[in-house]
Design a protein around this ligand. Sequence first.
Ligand SMILES: Nc1ncnc2c1ncn2[C@@H]1O[C@H](COP(=O)(O)OP(=O)(O)OP(=O)(O)O)[C@@H](O)[C@H]1O
Ligand SMILES: [Mg+2]
Length: 178
Amino acid sequence: MAVQDAIATIVTETPAETEAVGRVLGRALVPGDLVNLQGDLGAGKTLFVKGLAASLGYDPHDVQSPTFTLVHEHRGERLTLYHLDLYRLDDALAEIEALGFEEYLEPEDAVTAVEWGERGEPALSRRRFDVVFEVLGSRRRITVYAREIEQQRIEELQQAFSKLGLERTGGAGGGRPT
Ligand SMILES: Nc1ncnc2c1ncn2[C@@H]1O[C@H](COP(=O)(O)OP(=O)(O)OP(=O)(O)O)[C@@H](O)[C@H]1O
Ligand SMILES: [Mg+2]
């Protein structure tokens, strides 16, 4: 897998800011997009999905952690949003197949947000955003990577992230999702 450059590195100071970053990405999503959220427990993945959901026309209060249910489906409004959490899968690839989750992880006319998606990495759509969260005390460093996403969308997103005024340029971030 080639090392890829981050399209944005953003540091948030509050949960509301993290949700706002999710809203910006949510506005850019189109059917077939997968958002893979990577980061430790409590890093802010579910909170970010609340922001995504708000931009897709859903009530963020309806977004709860799918840790135990594995998948939540938000249907109607603008675009169906699937929200998955693979944390509890022991043998993720086998269970993804057994549960028939491939359609969520390679969405066609919906958008999927998956927490702990790296556990089933080979099953993830190659076209996706990887969003990596690092916990820095009460701050979160959020690094966004785009895989097989059209350059024009990337540029529009970068402008939208910049408008938030939270972006760190140079030095910070780096690395790549594993
Ligand atoms: N800057 C910040 N951004 C996001 N969350 C923050 C921030 N500061 C504190 N928090 C807190 O961190 C927690 C993030 O919880 P969240 O459920 O979104 O994590 P998660 O990554 O989904 O965890 P899990 O892997 O358990 O599903 C919340 O309690 C939130 O209030
Ligand atoms: Mg979560």
